[in-house]
Design a protein around this ligand. Structure first.
Ligand code: ZN
Length: 159
């Protein structure tokens, strides 16, 4: 059984930092794998659709994106769980869309945030393989929300 970690909340300084890149020597390590497993378990326990490492007090550029319907997001589309390390958004569509967001670090608050409708991005897998992909719709929104966490930004800062 994976560990469920405490989640940092709005007002805590860890959420305002720029997270550090994961070092090459940390890729494909038991430490990184355990971090990702614990982040995933924590996200599931809280009915999240994404989580960023700073939310569990690890200031590193690791996020999980895992849209699926749940009590907090009943209309979320189902997708494979993506663990992204050192990700970079390469392009954003000019088209932006408004959508409702919440955050495990901002309990009980929701708000409408404008995000690019689609994004092209590059990231490393846990094993260190480089991947380039394009996401659109709700998964693209989650990635942009989680990347904000890596840069010390909360969705409420965008409202
Ligand atoms: Zn969040």
């Amino acid at each position: 059984m994976s560990t469920i970690l405490p989640v940092a909340e709005r007002g805590e300084s860890i959420l305002t930092l720029t997270a550090a890149e994961v070092a090459k020597t940390e890729l494909n390590s038991p430490w990184l794998k355990e971090l990702a497993e614990a982040m995933h378990a924590t996200m599931l326990a809280r009915n999240g659709v994404g989580i960023a490492a700073p939310q569990v007090y690890v200031s590193k550029r690791v996020i999980i994106v895992a849209s699926r319907p749940n009590p907090r997001y009943p209309d979320a589309p189902e997708m494979d769980v993506l663990v992204m390390v050192n990700l970079e958004i390469l392009e954003k569509s000019e088209l932006t869309v408004w959508g409702e967001e919440g955050c495990l670090s901002v309990p009980d608050e929701r708000g409408q945030v404008a995000r690019a409708e689609s994004i092209k991005l590059r990231y490393c897998t846990l094993e260190g393989t480089a991947v380039e992909t394009t996401l659109s719709g709700f998964p693209a929104r989650i990635v942009q929300h989680e990347v904000d966490h890596l840069d010390g930004v909360l969705f409420i800062d965008r409202i």
